[in-house]
Design a binder for this molecule. Sequence first.
Ligand SMILES: *[C@@H]1O[C@H](CO)[C@@H](O)[C@H](O)[C@H]1NC(C)=O
Ligand SMILES: *[C@@H]1O[C@H](CO)[C@@H](O)[C@H](O)[C@H]1NC(C)=O
Ligand SMILES: *[C@@H]1O[C@H](CO)[C@@H](O)[C@H](O)[C@H]1NC(C)=O
Ligand SMILES: *[C@@H]1O[C@H](CO)[C@@H](O)[C@H](O)[C@H]1NC(C)=O
Ligand SMILES: *[C@@H]1O[C@H](CO)[C@@H](O)[C@H](O)[C@H]1NC(C)=O
Ligand SMILES: *[C@@H]1O[C@H](CO)[C@@H](O)[C@H](O)[C@H]1NC(C)=O
Ligand SMILES: *[C@@H]1O[C@H](CO)[C@@H](O)[C@H](O)[C@H]1NC(C)=O
Ligand SMILES: *[C@@H]1O[C@H](CO)[C@@H](O)[C@H](O)[C@H]1NC(C)=O
Ligand SMILES: *[C@@H]1O[C@H](CO)[C@@H](O)[C@H](O)[C@H]1NC(C)=O
Ligand SMILES: *[C@@H]1O[C@H](CO)[C@@H](O)[C@H](O)[C@H]1NC(C)=O
Ligand SMILES: [Cu+2]
Length: 764
Amino acid sequence: MMRPRKTMIWNVLLLLPYLFAHESQSEAVITAYNDIGLAPVDPEIADTVDWSRHACRRTCRNDAPPLDCYYTFKLESYETMSKACYDCPFNITDCFRPHCVPADGIRRSLLVVNRQLPGPPIEVCQGDMIIVDMINMLHSGSTTMHWHGQHHLVSPYMDGVPYISQCPIPPGGTFRYKYIATEGGTHFWHSHLGFQRGDGVFGPLLVRVPPAVNWHKDLYDFDEFTLVVADWVHELSDSMFLAHHHANGTNKAPNLLINGLGRYTHMRDENETLADMPVLTFDVQPNSRYRFRLINAEFLNCPIEVSVDNHTLLVISSDGGDIEPVQAESLVSYAGERFDFIVETNQPVDNYWMRFRGLMDCDERFLSAYQVAILRYEGAPDGNPDVEVSYDRVRNDSYGLQVNALNEGTESNNSISMPMLNAMDSDDASNSREPDYQFYISYDFYAKDNPSFHRKNLYGFHQVKDHKQRLFTPQLNHISMKLPSFPLLSQRDLIQPDQFCNSSTVEECEKNFCACSHVLQVKMNSVVELVLVDEGFTFDANHPFHLHGYQFRVVAMERVGHNITVAEVKEMDRRGLINRKLKKAPLKDTVTVPDGGYTILRFFADNPGYWLFHCHIEFHAEIGMSLIFKVGEHEQMLPVPPNFPKCGDWSRKDGHSGADDPVDKTYTQNDETYVKNLQNLRNNTIPMIPTIPTIPTIPTINATRQVPASVDLLVTIDHLVKLWPRFMGELLHRRPSSASGPSATLLPIMLACLVSFVVNLRSL
Ligand SMILES: *[C@@H]1O[C@H](CO)[C@@H](O)[C@H](O)[C@H]1NC(C)=O
Ligand SMILES: *[C@@H]1O[C@H](CO)[C@@H](O)[C@H](O)[C@H]1NC(C)=O
Ligand SMILES: *[C@@H]1O[C@H](CO)[C@@H](O)[C@H](O)[C@H]1NC(C)=O
Ligand SMILES: *[C@@H]1O[C@H](CO)[C@@H](O)[C@H](O)[C@H]1NC(C)=O
Ligand SMILES: *[C@@H]1O[C@H](CO)[C@@H](O)[C@H](O)[C@H]1NC(C)=O
Ligand SMILES: *[C@@H]1O[C@H](CO)[C@@H](O)[C@H](O)[C@H]1NC(C)=O
Ligand SMILES: *[C@@H]1O[C@H](CO)[C@@H](O)[C@H](O)[C@H]1NC(C)=O
Ligand SMILES: *[C@@H]1O[C@H](CO)[C@@H](O)[C@H](O)[C@H]1NC(C)=O
Ligand SMILES: *[C@@H]1O[C@H](CO)[C@@H](O)[C@H](O)[C@H]1NC(C)=O
Ligand SMILES: *[C@@H]1O[C@H](CO)[C@@H](O)[C@H](O)[C@H]1NC(C)=O
Ligand SMILES: [Cu+2]
């Protein structure tokens, strides 16, 4: 077995001729449709237009001006295999009728945007303005939309995190998201509220870049294919969550969907005719190279192993950060991650399986969840590949190693872990400066009386005899996140001095259950190192972590043993046993940590604001497996646009909508306050309708390029001056060194920005 590093070098060497051989190829062609979306789209027709024909989906050119790209998203509760599906799957055409959400053929309730699953794709060119009118048509339940992978350098309040960047959008409410697509690459949008992502509220967000800043443009001929993977259960995720957290219900997914399609069981009609649900099929030409953009939109603990029979994957990018290409036999992706890979159709004309195999909670110990898609060469019959397919799969090492394997770090000889990959982008402050802060963030599942699921003396953790019904609580540094009742960023004037906590302000949280607003504060322009430690005592689990507002460098990742403590990791580091690979460390925004091991990240804190850092498994994040980075001081954070929706806690005695109790150790409901409030209500001394966030109008964020019509001229100028270099850096920083001169594409953007900046100054 070759050592991984050698293998990688070998791979890169193999690629060099490849790079040059195709030097003359032009960029991959994306067809421009020029149909819809250059002006706001009427909500009436939002669920009947074909969003994949959006005018912003086009070939990105070096010298083309950016566009304003409009989308109208209607969020609704809905049903799979509804009457819109007619005879699906007995008539396959019917499965693709408008508003038919076939999923895997099992009828269930779900949530959809514009009655499709996945939701409408957003496909733009870097520098475009994305404008999404989010209409919440749920009967009950609020929402927010997060643009996973975008950093919102000049629009932090558009990050879509409830109680951090904005108020939840109430049922019946509308909110206009508006931001510049600065981060090129494969991203996705998804609801950040509750478990809505698990119920279907997600879709692709692809930001293509012009050839001058596209490192790998010569490695592929077509850039048309997106793969959105979802772990699929057969009930609403709310009811699954409740059954698992309060009783003996399962938290394991039985199936996966690829772009909303998949098989589960044979379907049978009234005459016992059998039919299979349709699976995703890619029609390809022989001897071509196809770029696939893989998005892991999952919500449970179900890492996916991806492979294509008889083909290799050339992995070129992850989370929007291009890497030196590596040839892989397969790759593993975790919830929230994206990978771009190229498949070369160099095999005999035939049908081939693309396999998606669930690991961890989806593996053969549980329900063996897997799914397939078909790679169909032109000229191959219209059917399944001849090979039988099942959950089992044999790795073929002659094709290469696996990338990002489960619970394997740089110690592994059988896989290529993230720190072994090399970023295409040049080194920057994040990996060339000594860190100003180092934070250890450790976690496990703890046997604590988390009052949400175990009430002391009633059904305390150890009182419950049926071990299946004992709920271990996942926590970061022994703290469960308790979000405030108002958004920290947009209503920061309400923050109380003692509102935040962290491991240095709390006590005895290893024994007791602690919940509070967990905040780590760093100064602007500091380098931050995070040492994530998965202690690994309780379960063989695995958590992918996502950081908002930034990309980080993955500088180390190792599985040490079945279990490990922070003290042991510190000791290893002191003794020089932890090797940080700083040079060319890959840039990502979501990363896994081996169970019983660590992953070390570094980022340069130049984006001021409150940014969430959390496990991307919804069942974990929603019960507090998250913390917040406060970067910079309030004065350094961008002002909030005028009329930005507000919300908060209406029940305070002092009438001040405000801070939660700093630390909630034992969860004592303040009965006195409650009763008083109730009396107040009865006496009608305070209005019956609390000040819920009503969002009657779309907040008027001025339509000009990037300066919010701000409240304070001085603050705005100050901010722009500070953020300008970073913003330009964002747009420019992926320029390959080989590109000729400064990117011509970006000059118009810069000019547009400058003009709009001046215009805005005038208008203020
Ligand atoms: C299948 O459904 C389509 C409409 O969705 C219809 O045009 C076609 O005739 C149907 N095929 C059969 C065999 O019924
Ligand atoms: C949960 O408990 C019930 C009995 O209370 C039992 O019938 C059922 O099989 C259990 N489910 C699981 C997943 O263990
Ligand atoms: C089932 O068979 C009956 C009798 O042949 C036929 O009338 C009916 O249309 C069939 N149903 C379906 C769904 O094909
Ligand atoms: C794919 O690979 C398998 C195993 O190497 C081989 O048996 C099979 O013939 C190949 N399929 C095609 C269509 O070449
Ligand atoms: C692995 O792939 C090679 C072709 O690259 C093939 O010759 C060999 O039979 C495959 N091995 C297995 C176990 O399929
Ligand atoms: C990897 O290979 C090296 C050298 O052959 C060996 O010392 C090491 O133990 C191997 N690591 C694992 C995890 O097998
Ligand atoms: C911990 O919280 C306290 C109180 O909010 C704060 O002063 C301190 O800076 C925090 N520590 C870190 C590392 O952020
Ligand atoms: C920790 O891991 C070791 C093996 O590496 C095992 O022997 C031990 O039982 C584990 N400890 C706990 C508490 O699980
Ligand atoms: C509400 O009314 C009750 C009598 O109906 C009175 O005792 C109480 O003091 C009132 N509470 C407030 C807050 O005014
Ligand atoms: C945006 O700003 C322009 C001037 O820069 C002004 O004319 C226009 O009314 C503003 N639009 C909104 C929606 O505030
Ligand atoms: Cu987790």
